[in-house]
Design a protein around this ligand. Structure first.
Ligand code: OXD
Ligand code: MN
Length: 607
């Protein structure tokens, strides 16, 4: 192989790496990783169109990408992963801090030395016969003080092509880095894609990620969950900002007033749909603008004391099944060109298909594994976690501030779960600490399919359970401490689109109708609409939620917003159990919030 210092910079051109970077720290690290993994060839990625074309052609020739109908889907391709490698693997994801306590009770932990040794053995020679790609990227707008630089070394051209969509990738990142040494060091090899040899290890103190044995997005697009959330949350704590699993959207009124909202929902609970929502007919003139659909990095601006958010990503890695004109028309337009589809089904004429897509179910398809599939077959044609990787700039609702280095000022934060009972459609916290309590106790009910037991609440604090890179109790403390930094904090809300009635049916129609809830949130944040004070927070009074033109009986909306004291007592019990599980790092301020709510219930019941 050629070494980093002497190889040709681009496989296809004679530009030496010096034209891209002379950064000695970077060159040394790349040379070290090459010495470990022993690739046949080394390619520095510059992010150019030529590079994209070349890699796409090579991937098509190697069968890594499959061609789609270029008239229907210009610039789109299909990838199929190994069937054993279709999702994030939480059980194989580790936080490698010097002590177990730093990783906390909600993370898998491995001592750094053990992890480097174990994975070092797997990486040793893992790229023999392969090409090593060096992928420089920026998470966040290029040049922004809020952005971070990462370098991912990978042996997967699929990863390079996806990183190109999901991040600001290539020369710009190296220019921004200059000779600095402040960059995330990511090393990835697909190895033999065996679950036996699959590990995703994070070393927060070293700003390093080692991922081996997987080719699936969440495990290998290291900028996303690994850097932007796990390492990001650690850096946020250290540097005084927040890295969150949140969408960011702008709500524009017919008068042109813009209000920005960040919202955390657990994975696969509709963040992308919410971030790209089209308001219903009744809200003529209102517009929702997407800043981000999955991750928010938020910092206080000392000038106005407000929290500003950037979306560190540059594209969407969205779940395909269920995406349709009805559920998300903007997503359908977004994936209509220059998109990589992974594990969806293929039609006879080279189009993509997934369960829940518009139009009739085709009679015959090729399923996500490449096998023939017939309508009515018991197996799904597309994998339930099949994905699209699409550029943010394809989104018709993309905010014009999505690339603004200063970010957008956040007026409201929403925490949402998937709860069949107890949690009302929407509720506003009394104050910041109470809002942190909302986030810390977020949960979703498991389904029968997942656990065999319906209605078991899995707590997913701030939707960060699989993504917080350090001790969860200290993460809560960091959220509480942020109050001291934010002079003008956003108002905090919880929402629940998933409450069910006695008949087991959803009480609230969801999707575009969520605009009605969002409007109340915006108006509350701007202190111009009423609410009713309950024991647990503010909820809309009759008349506060705009229900005109909604074909849902008002009694049903009442049920969706109802607070049931018996249910809440049980809920607070469950919060207590969860807080216990966090151990000694659980902040007292949150425990006291819980006791206060219990005391309020008791006082009401005595009265
Ligand atoms: C997730 C995702 O799993 O965004 O949360 O892919
Ligand atoms: Mn996510």
């Amino acid at each position: 192989m050629t070494t980093a210092a002497t190889s040709s910079a681009h496989a296809s051109s004679s530009t030496p790496p010096a034209a891209l970077t002379k950064n000695p720290t970077l060159l040394k690290w790349v040379a070290d990783m090459a010495a470990l993994t022993k690739p046949d060839k080394l390619v520095w990625c510059d992010g150019s169109e030529d590079e994209k074309k070349r890699l796409t052609e090579e991937s098509l020739a190697a069968g890594i990408l499959l061609s789609l109908n270029q008239t229907k889907l210009p610039g789109c391709h299909l990838a199929r992963s190994n069937p054993n490698d279709v999702a994030r693997v939480e059980q194989l994801t580790f936080i490698c801090t010097p002590t177990k306590d730093e990783a906390g009770p909600t993370n898998n932990w491995m001592a750094p030395k053990e992890a480097y040794d174990k994975l070092g053995k797997l990486f040793d020679g893992s790229m023999k016969g392969r090409t090593m790609y060096v992928v420089p990227y920026v998470m966040g707008p290029v040049g922004s003080k809020m952005s971070k630089i990462g370098i991912e070394i990978t042996d997967s051209p699929y990863v390079v092509l996806n990183m190109r969509i999901m991040t600001r990738m290539g020369k710009a990142a190296l220019t921004m880095l200059g000779d600095g040494d402040d960059f995330n060091r990511g090393l990835h090899s697909t190895l033999d894609v065996s679950p036996e040899r699959r590990f995703i290890c994070h070393f927060p103190q070293d700003n390093t990620i080692w991922s081996v044995g997987s080719g699936y997005g969440g495990n290998v697009l290291l900028g996303k969950k690994c850097l932007a959330l796990r390492i990001g949350s650690y850096l946020g704590k250290k540097e005084g900002w927040l890295a969150e699993h949140m969408l960011i959207l702008g709500v524009e009124s017919p008068e042109g007033e813009m209000t920005y909202v960040a919202a955390a929902f657990p994975s696969a609970c509709g963040k992308t749909n919410f971030a790209m929502m089209i308001p219903p007919e009744r809200f003529k003139g209102w517009k929702i603008w997407t800043v981000g659909d999955d991750i928010a990095w938020m910092r206080v601006n000392p000038e106005d004391g407000r929290l500003y958010a950037i979306n560190p990503e540059f594209g969407y890695f969205g779940v395909a099944p269920g995406t349709s004109e009805a559920s998300n028309p903007n997503a359908i337009k977004t994936v209509s060109h220059d998109t990589i589809f992974t594990n969806v089904a293929l039609t006879k004429d080279g189009d993509v298909w997934w369960e829940g897509k518009d139009g009739p179910v085709p009679e015959e398809l090729t399923d996500w594994k490449g096998n023939p599939w017939k309508k009515g077959a018991p197996e799904k044609a597309a994998h339930p976690n099949s994905r699209f990787t699409a550029p943010a700039t394809n989104n018709p609702a993309l905010s014009r501030f999505y690339d603004d280095p200063a970010g957008v000022p956040i007026s409201a934060i929403i925490f949402g779960g998937r709860r069949a009972t107890t949690i009302p459609l929407v509720m506003q916290a009394f104050h910041w600490t109470h809002g942190v309590y909302f986030g810390a106790t977020m949960g979703s009910e498991t389904t029968a399919a997942a656990t065999g037991k319906v209605g078991v609440v899995r707590r997913d604090p701030m939707a960060m359970l699989p993504f917080c890179g350090y001790n969860m109790g200290e993460y809560f403390a960091h959220w509480l401490n942020m109050q001291g930094r934010i002079l003008n904090p956003p108002k905090v809300f919880m929402v629940n689109w998933f409450r069910k009635g006695q008949d087991g049916k959803f009480l609230w129609p969801g999707f575009g109708e969520n605009m009605r809830v969002l409007k109340w949130v915006v108006d509350r944040a701007r202190l111009r609409v009423g609410g009713h004070e309950t024991l647990f927070g503010w909820v809309p009074k009759v008349g506060d939620l705009d229900l005109s033109g909604l074909h849902v009986p008002s009694a049903q909306v009442d049920e969706a917003t109802h607070i049931d004291l018996a249910e809440w007592k049980q809920e607070l019990e469950s919060h207590g159990e969860f807080f216990e599980s966090i151990g000694p790092s659980m902040p007292r301020a949150l425990k006291l919030q819980r006791e206060l709510m219990l005391a309020r219930i008791e006082a009401t019941q005595r009265a």
